[in-house]
Design a protein around this ligand. Sequence first.
Ligand SMILES: [Cu+2]
Length: 160
Amino acid sequence: MKLKALALVATLACGTVYAQTVEIRDAWVRATVKGQTATGAFMKITAKDDARLIGASSPVAGVTEVHEMKMEGDVMKMRAVPGGLDLPAGKTVELKPGGYHMMMMDLKAPLAKDSAVPLTLVFKDAKGVESRMELKLPVALAAPAAMDHHSMPHMPAARP
Ligand SMILES: [Cu+2]
């Protein structure tokens, strides 16, 4: 069981997914428990040319939205990012706990640790052309430490 999980994480950590001009790294979804109906997905997104993340969907969730967390007085609040998330050319935008995140709501079933969740991202480039990217995200309890490339021992056998 442990070995299988490690292999999955290593594959995703070493693999990089490209749409035309967008790179996604270190993507993961937070595991949920029974009765929990929402969770967050996190990743690093780098667009080669100016673009915008305008939507997302997943078969495991009724609604998937890009959210941001903001302090309002003493209260941490989150809301959908109006018009989508700006991806300035060459700049890595990080979706992480406490900041921007992909909110997955109306979950149809609990997301078990070490499973994988399909996620489709929809981007719009500066010319208004939309493109889709299909991802498969590992489900974890917290940001997998192995996703830090620099601290990860290199295991050639585990590479795709
Ligand atoms: Cu949210």
